[in-house]
Design a protein around this ligand. Structure first.
Ligand code: ZN
Ligand code: ZN
Length: 256
């Protein structure tokens, strides 16, 4: 594995370590293609900004700083800068424009909340047994893929659904089929592996294998040691083998 396009910075307030320590760890571990994709800034209509994003005021500085590092490390690693962003129908146009204005080069979809996050959102990692929640999650991930702006879907299996098994399989299959049709990779998320989260979800990847959706890997770096998370690689490779996944390796960036 010589690539990773999922890395955060301390600007999101829940990561540690410097960008340079991430980059140097990645280079030492054999990574040749690296993307920073910190949480997209967003200001809700009443002025609220959630605490896990890059503050809006730092959007330009973030992009520009990574660009200076690209020059500094050129020849050793190919660096790109973008954002991990949700798809919220009411805010999508604005967020996309802001991402472009900040100078982002690519986006990955990380759909972290139902009901558009604020003021009454539901974090996708909190358990739900509601078929409506499942349907909303799946429909919004599919709508996001259909915009054509996302390079890949991060942790597509992050919805912590504890309801009807048949519904889960039926709905998640829609994501897997659309991903195949649109050739948008689905990410096996290494943060889920190393932190023992509820994802990667076996039954999701079983469906992805049945549908032969393109699959890629992402470290989801929030700390220096994870900038080359080779320790989690065997777990991901085992999923690839067990479910005969269509693992494509390094995803092709979709330039913004
Ligand atoms: Zn994060
Ligand atoms: Zn995420």
């Amino acid at each position: 594995m010589d690539y990773n396009y999922h890395a955060h910075t301390t600007r999101c307030s829940h990561a540690t370590g410097t960008e340079e320590s991430y980059i140097e760890t990645a280079i030492a571990g054999g990574i040749r293609y690296m993307g920073f994709s910190d949480h997209m800034p967003h200001v809700f209509p009443d002025g609220y900004q959630s605490g896990y994003r890059v503050p809006f005021e730092q959007g330009h500085e973030y992009v520009n700083f990574i660009r200076t590092l690209r020059d500094k490390y050129s020849g050793k690693i190919e660096l790109n800068v973008g954002f991990e962003m949700e798809y919220y129908p009411d805010y999508f146009a604005e967020m996309l424009q802001n991402a472009k204005d900040f100078g982002a080069e690519f986006l990955i979809l990380g759909h972290h909340f139902l009901r558009q996050e604020y003021p009454n959102g539901h974090g996708v990692t909190h358990a739900t047994s509601s078929d409506e929640d499942l349907e909303e999650y799946v429909s919004q991930v599919i709508s996001a893929m259909e915009t054509g702006v996302f390079t890949y879907v991060a942790h597509p299996d992050s919805l912590n659904f504890v309801g009807d098994e048949e519904q889960y399989r039926k709905q998640m299959r829609r994501i897997c089929i659309r991903a195949r049709e649109l050739r948008i990779p689905l990410e096996i998320n290494f943060l889920g592996i190393r932190r023992g989260r509820h994802y990667p979800v076996e039954r999701f990847w079983q469906i992805a294998g049945e549908e032969q959706s393109p699959v890629t890997f992402g470290f989801d770096v929030h700390e220096t040691e994870a900038a080359c998370d080779i320790k989690s690689l065997p777990v991901a490779m085992e999923l690839v083998e067990r479910y005969h996944l269509n693992y494509i390796g390094r995803p092709q960036l979709r330039p913004l």
